[in-house]
Design a protein around this ligand. Structure first.
Ligand SMILES: [Zn+2]
Length: 409
């Protein structure tokens, strides 16, 4: 059995409790067996001791909304049409590595990669964060997942869209995805910014389609549904259809906020994607200006209403892979969260959304040793998390997957 002991650490354990100075974390075979004060730490004479230099230890972070299949600012979604499909798998290698080295040890990919990518990481064929995948996104004809572009070309399959126009079609396509083994279903219940022929104000998948997907996902082992929903009509369909998470959620009003709290639904506000215009298409630039402003105006009321807020970014669409932790600064700046609340959003609350909070999301005995050593104190400078040079060490199940600090393990 390999035992590793991190000491001289400042521990932010993800539960929201006050930090522990002079903390010790003991890891046995990929699991945390002790996290607390050095005074109470168990005797572990054979442990490999790592002095983290008074820096902060946090849980491994989550990004509950990524698209690893997309290039971020390093290209355009159109590039997917310019290479053979096999080439796109190799493009994932760098994106996975960049993401995990930035301190994100679990991601939920909400369209574009399938269970094979998830399992390749799980089995160690390629290094990266643990994945939960949706593979496809549902919408109706002419909705957010319909990428027939004005030239007549159909990019729907290429981006990962699936078109369903009736409850029966939705059930059948959902069952095929659930058979494949996806972790979550993704539906667009509003139009979008990037999509060529609709608008975020427009209603996407109707409530009955959302509800059918929710029922199917639940029937296949209690899986959940995430809804892309930006405008009011789409958010209402998502909430009333019973999804687990509303992605974006910019046009929430107080009535729907209350309903989300009552139903225990999560909000994933993807704020860093609202810092820059969406340049995927000329139409997207114009649409994004309006909706990004609304995103900044509405998030604080959603936080204050008590909705469970998880961290997600849409990395790959507008933000770059690896930029996830800048979202925490946005939750403080626009959402009015304290730095501690933002860290809890990116760890414990996100683990709850991903249904993995029994093993991940906090630094506590019995959990998997997904840990990040962060330079300095993110509670005094939450934006420091966004600078990758401050992410000194990343452990995933006790194994170093990023080590800028040059620690000997
Ligand atoms: Zn997205």
């Amino acid at each position: 059995m390999t035992t590793t002991l991190l000491h001289n650490a400042r521990l932010i354990d993800g539960t929201g409790s006050d930090p522990i100075t002079d903390a010790v974390i003991v890891i046995d075979d990929g699991k945390i067996t002790y996290a607390g004060t050095s005074a109470d730490a168990p005797e572990t004479p054979s442990a490999v001791r790592v002095d983290v230099g008074g820096n902060t230890v946090t849980p491994g972070f989550f990004d509950c909304h990524v698209h690893l299949s997309l290039p971020g600012t390093k290209g355009s979604p159109v590039m997917a049409a310019m290479v053979p499909e096999s080439y796109r798998f190799f493009e994932l290698i760098g994106r996975l590595k960049t993401t995990v080295e930035a301190g994100v040890t679990t991601v939920r990919d909400l369209m574009g990669v399938d269970v094979g990518v998830r399992d390749a990481v799980k089995h160690g064929l390629v290094e990266g964060p643990r994945l939960l995948v949706a593979d496809k996104m549902f919408s109706q004809t002419g909705g957010h997942a319909d990428f027939h572009i004005p030239s007549g070309l159909d990019g729907t399959g290429l981006i990962g869209g699936v078109i369903v126009d009736s409850v029966d079609e939705a059930r059948k396509e959902a069952r095929a995805l659930l058979r494949e083994g996806v972790d979550v279903l993704k539906v667009a219940s509003s139009g979008g910014v990037t999509s060529p022929s609709d608008d975020p104000d427009w209603l996407g998948a109707r409530t009955e389609i959302v509800a059918a997907l929710v029922e199917e996902a639940d029937a296949y082992g209690g899986r959940k549904v995430a809804a892309h929903a930006i405008g009011y009509a789409g958010i209402r369909a998502a909430v009333q259809g019973g999804v687990q998470s509303v992605e974006h959620g910019y046009a929430l009003d107080d009535e729907l906020r209350t309903e989300m709290v009552q139903r225990g639904q999560f909000l994933v506000p993807t704020l860093i994607e609202t810092l820059k215009p969406d340049t995927a298409t000329p139409q997207a630039v114009a649409k994004s200006t309006k909706w990004h402003a609304l995103a900044h105006e509405s998030i604080q009321a959603s936080v204050e209403a008590g909705i469970k807020v998880a961290v997600g970014t849409d990395a790959g669409l507008v933000p770059d892979h690896g930029d996830t932790l800048a979202e925490l600064g946005c939750l403080v700046k626009f959402g009015g969260m304290t730095p501690m609340q933002a860290i809890v959003a990116g760890t414990k609350t996100s683990a709850e959304l991903c249904d993995v909070d029994d093993t991940l999301g906090t630094v506590e005995a019995g959990k998997l040793a997904d840990l990040v050593v962060v330079k300095g104190d993110p509670l005094t400078d939450i934006d420091s998390l966004a600078d990758k040079d401050n992410i000194l060490l990343v452990l995933k199940e006790g194994k170093a997957v990023g080590n800028r600090g040059g620690y000997t393990l």
